[in-house]
Design a protein around this ligand. Structure first.
Ligand code: ADP
Length: 343
């Protein structure tokens, strides 16, 4: 599909180049021919004045010699000369045009390819996203359908039916989580954010306190007070939520060891969330921010997820003019940092 689009765009560029060349060539040819005509007229004029004896003494023929008359033969010769000059001009213009169109065509092909490349990769991402989302939607639906079919075929007791309903409810919850994450992701990607000056130190402190309470655990905090940044509070909380949920989720069966630090230097502050869970293989470090990507280790430990959390977190960082930096060692720790400009 992109091959034909590239060819069409190339042809369009070539058409544009040819149109400019034709207009330019017609103007050059018109101007140059009128100069040739003027020059020829001037020569005939000089010749006539010369014949009439008006020329300078040096340009007059030696005495006793008869000057040639501007007869038809001379006129014919001048006309022929004009025609030759015009033909040569036309030939040169044509050669230059052919070169411009050939080289312009080759350059246009590469320009067309470069122009369509980002569109192509966006479309490919979109296609992969749709395929992955459909796959994730299909799995719980298939499970639900199979369970309901089985329940209808068999004569189940009330308790067994209840079990089916509980299992179906879990799948519905999964579907609802998925649609919420997809919505959150697309709404962050598609809209611009409303930033305000906020106290990031307080925001992080409040979030960590409520997280500790909810999960009944202790987080190691090292938060410098009074760090102000420009940001959207709900998105920054969302960012913290994703990293903390993952820290708990990927900490195995043990009590999670999580630490958070917020430090500032001259004009930036750095927010770091670290856990001592299963860790991430650094060869996965780029992919884990892709939508729907899940590492093999995460699948092995049997943790549920869609691979959308870090994708959303990296979009939030991007909207705040930053990028998530990952440092990790498989089986030891994972450390996610972002740098934000101090307001
Ligand atoms: P999900 O957790 O739903 O799979 P995420 O986008 O949040 O999706 O994470 C993507 C992948 O990155 C996870 O599947 C996991 O492999 C890896 N990952 C994220 N956070 C951690 C972490 N704290 N420790 C180890 N692996 C992690």
């Amino acid at each position: 599909m992109f091959k034909s689009a590239t060819i069409k765009l190339t042809l369009f560029y070539v058409l544009a180049i040819s149109t400019v060349c034709i207009i330019f060539s017609i103007s050059v040819y018109g101007l140059a021919s009128s100069r040739i005509d003027n020059e020829a007229r001037r020569q005939v004029d000089i010749f006539q004045r010369f014949n009439a004896g008006e020329g300078s003494p040096a340009s007059r023929p030696p005495s006793g010699q008869q000057p040639p008359a501007v007869n038809d033969e001379v006129r014919q010769e001048i006309r022929q000369q004009i025609q030759n000059d015009r033909n040569e001009l036309l030939r040169n213009i044509l050669i230059v045009n052919v070169f411009i169109v050939i080289f312009g065509g080759i350059a246009s092909y590469f320009f067309a390819k470069a122009t369509l490349k980002p569109i192509g990769s966006t479309m490919e991402k979109q296609r992969r996203f749709t395929a992955d989302a459909s796959h994730e939607l299909r799995t719980p639906l298939t499970v639900m359908k199979a369970e309901i079919d089985l329940a209808l075929e068999q004569d189940l007791s009330a308790d067994e039916l209840r079990e089916v309903l509980v299992s179906n409810l879990e799948e519905v919850q999964r579907l609802s989580d998925l649609s919420e994450q997809l919505l959150a992701l697309t709404s962050v990607e598609d809209s611009s954010i409303c930033v305000e000056k906020l106290d990031l130190s307080s925001l992080v402190n409040e979030f960590v306190d409520s997280f500790e309470q909810k999960h009944d655990l202790n987080v190691d905090k090292n938060i410098e007070p009074q760090i102000h940044v420009l940001g959207e509070p709900s998105l920054l909380k969302n960012y913290m939520q994703i990293l903390f949920d993952n820290a708990v989720k990927y900490s195995g069966e043990d009590q999670p060891v999580i630490s958070v630090s917020l430090m500032k230097n001259s004009s930036y502050c750095v927010l770091v969330v670290r856990d001592e869970g299963i860790g991430i293989d650094l060869s996965d470090s780029d992919k884990i921010f892709d939508r729907f990507y899940r590492s093999n280790e995460a699948k092995k430990v049997g943790k549920q997820g869609y691979g959308l959390g870090l994708s959303l977190a990296s979009q939030i960082a991007k909207k705040h003019g930053s990028k998530i930096h990952l440092d990790s060692k498989l089986g030891e720790y994972s450390k996610f940092s972002i740098q934000l400009k101090i307001a």
